[in-house]
Design a protein around this ligand. Structure first.
Ligand code: KIV
Length: 271
């Protein structure tokens, strides 16, 4: 048996069954081979090659600058690492909003050149034509509503979305439109927990939350945030499972000190 068949892959059908059984879905972002390998072996169900790579990997202020080629590079690194997780890739800003034919050819590039299993797109009814066209090619699509960071210049702020009745109502309609179009799951970002639960109860596809409370079908976090690598990002919804900023800082300082003092390498660490 080849190594590729040893572990049973999480598929979009598996996620659907998990929702039916009331089993919560775990999802983390991943952008590179080494981190994705650990995430996968920890049993996380979905790895999202998020366009948050633009922030945490490339240091941009927003997700807008990352390109399709850069997303494909990150995604193919993750694909080489993960044997079990479903791998979903964010379609970057500008690659799907305008023209549904271009959206399809960009989604095909992601699937062909990275080997990933699905794409994620931000928006509701305004992008439905692109969503539908991509689905006709057999490419699974995950939706993303609420705080959609590619629209940050329209929102003007990263505050909680859909707190007002009209925006909440639009979000419910967008979620239904994405489900009807054939999306296999939807991410809801930074919206009131009550609204997110309502969407999860009313839709049959899995709803994955980030800053959307516990009444949804699963959770996603940006891996650098939950590991505490970035010590400047502390939103209320973020639970830090480590403080790697401090731990890495200590290790790097110790390494420098050892070099400066002539303690590294020692006799056992040389040939
Ligand atoms: O790009 C990303 O990391 C995301 C998650 C925050 C859901 O879209």
């Amino acid at each position: 048996m080849s190594v590729h068949h040893k572990v049973k892959r999480v598929t979009t059908n598996v996620l659907q069954e998990m929702k039916l059984r009331g089993e919560k879905i775990s999802m983390l972002t991943g952008y590179d081979y080494s981190m994705a390998k650990i995430i996968d072996q920890a049993g996380i169900d979905v790895i999202l090659v998020g366009d948050s790579a633009s922030n945490v990997m490339a240091g941009h202020e927003t997700t807008l600058p990352i390109t399709l080629d850069q997303m494909i590079y990150h995604a193919s690194s993750v694909v080489r690492a993960a044997q079990r997780a479903l791998i979903v890739v964010d379609m970057p800003f500008g690659s799907y909003q305008g023209n549904s034919k271009e959206a399809l050819s960009n989604a095909i590039r992601i699937m062909k050149e990275s080997g990933a299993h699905a794409v994620k797109m931000e928006g509701g009814q305004e992008i439905i034509e692109s969503v539908k066209r991509i689905l006709t090619a057999g490419i699974p699509v995950m939706g993303h509503l609420g705080l959609t960071p590619q629209s940050i210049y329209k929102f003007g702020t990263y505050v909680v979305r859909a707190q007002e009745e009209d925006e909440a109502q639009r979000l419910i309609e967008d979620a239904k439109a994405l489900e009807e179009a054939g999306c296999f799951a939807i991410v809801l970002e930074k919206i009131p927990a009550k609204l997110a639960s309502k969407v999860a109860e009313n839709l049959s596809i899995p709803i994955i939350g980030i800053g959307a409370g516990n009444g949804v079908d699963g959770q996603v976090l940006v891996v650098h945030d939950m590991l505490g690598i970035n010590n400047e990002f502390n939103p209320r919804f973020l639970r830090k499972y480590n403080n790697l900023f401090e731990q890495m800082m200590t290790a790097f300082k110790q390494y420098k000190e050892d070099i400066v003092k002539g303690n590294f390498p020692n006799e056992k660490e040389q040939y």
